[in-house]
Design a protein around this ligand. Structure first.
Ligand SMILES: [Zn+2]
Length: 385
């Protein structure tokens, strides 16, 4: 559900110019905006990795250490499925074929979490309102952690730069045991209502749960000692959750990212779409080929937020077009250079938010006047500081 208090202007000169240049790139190169052979090869490798991790664990006579090692392998593979296969499928960027996108999106159900609920949480809420406090569920963890300067600080937060890391590891367990069922029962994600799944969507929701708990828990418990089976499950989920959560945090919850607070006075605010996305979402490690292959372009998350229907295999090239266009329009776009620097930035930001009341995030782009302006948003007077 859209938040009526915030509107986005997608007609700025910057974004119009950027889209023209990106269109020209695809037209000149004669390329599809969706995935190509690279995606099929990657999908085969990652899925084979996951199947091999489970099959070998079940087939071999392993103890607790072996279960943990196969759990690490499955967790890394599962995170790869989420970032490099499901994410593109759910955005309809994997292929021009609707069914293939759907099929790839359902890989999330096979991994235990509902692709239907993910679609509403990620594609609708997160993508529309990144780092908008009050509208983006990802920056609202309630009293558990303070992830934005606009959120209240509690005494517990003093240690959040330490305790959040193990909690990240529990995120997929929380999704598949609690959140999916809770959100389905409420028909809401946070404050935002969503239609409950019906027909085929309901079948995939419940069928996915049965299949997932079948292969991840029932099957191992039938053939392995309970401690070995549970170790495999737990380690796999912790590794997967940690990789997924930290990857998203390195793009949004860092010193370089801006935040915006949903206006409380009921007066709608209009934001420049492209500037908002680039200010609240930070690319990182863009020259790291292995990270780019494995993370499915989530290290190009600012580019992804601007062009979610373009498959991630194109992002390294699109990123250079964004860089050139941003420079020409004096729009800030400077990716964090490495994984290490992005991780450190997230750690320092968690610590600053947990220990100081008045933390200053980078300046947010000014709002543009409503009704939507067709002119350059940068020259528009700020109506929301
Ligand atoms: Zn996305």
């Amino acid at each position: 559900m859209r938040d009526a208090r915030i509107r986005f202007d997608t007609r700025s000169e910057f974004f119009t110019d950027l889209k023209t240049r990106v269109d020209a790139y695809f037209d000149t190169a004669g390329l599809s905006r969706r995935g190509d052979t690279r995606m099929f090869v990657k999908t085969a490798i990652i899925l084979a990795w996951c199947v091999a991790s489970v099959t070998l664990f079940l087939a071999l006579d392993v103890g607790l250490l072996g279960a943990a090692l196969f759990g690490v392998a499955l967790g890394l593979g599962g995170a790869g499925v989420g970032m490099s296969i499901m994410h593109d499928g759910n955005h309809k960027a994997y292929s021009d074929g609707r069914q293939l996108n759907q099929l790839m999106s359902w890989t999330l159900d096979l991994l235990g979490s509902s692709s239907y609920i993910w679609n509403h949480k990620h594609n609708v809420q997160h993508h529309t309102y990144p780092n908008v406090v009050g509208s983006d569920d990802d920056v609202d963890l309630g009293p558990l952690a303070r992830l934005a300067p606009e959120s209240p600080r509690y005494a517990l937060h003093r240690f959040q730069h330490l305790y959040m890391w193990p909690l990240y590891g529990l995120i997929t367990i929380k999704w598949h045991w609690i959140d999916d069922f809770y959100q389905l029962a409420r028909g809401r994600i946070g404050e935002h209502a969503f239609p409950r799944p019906r027909g085929k969507d309901a079948l995939v929701f419940w069928g996915g749960k049965v299949l997932f708990f079948g292969w991840i828990l029932v099957l191992p418990l039938l053939f392995k000692p309970t401690a070995v089976a549970l170790t495999f499950y737990f380690v796999a989920q912790v590794v997967q959750g940690l990789v997924l959560a930290v990857t998203f945090q390195m793009a949004h919850c860092v010193e370089e990212a801006a935040y915006f607070e949903t206006p409380a006075d009921g007066v709608p605010v209009t934001l420049d779409f492209a500037r908002h996305q680039l200010a609240t979402t930070i690319d990182f490690a863009t020259t790291n080929k292995l990270a780019t292959w494995y993370m499915g372009g989530l290290n190009f998350q600012a580019v992804h937020h601007l062009f979610p229907r373009i498959c991630h295999v194109h992002y390294p090239v699109i990123s250079r077009i964004v860089e050139d266009t941003a420079r020409d329009h004096s729009v800030p776009y400077s990716p964090t250079p490495s994984l290490k620097s992005a991780l450190r930035s997230h750690y320092r930001w968690l610590k600053a938010l947990g220990t100081q009341d008045d933390v200053v995030a980078p300046a947010r782009p000014p709002a543009v006047p409503a009704p939507l302006s067709a002119g350059p948003a940068a020259s528009a007077p700020a109506v929301a500081a």
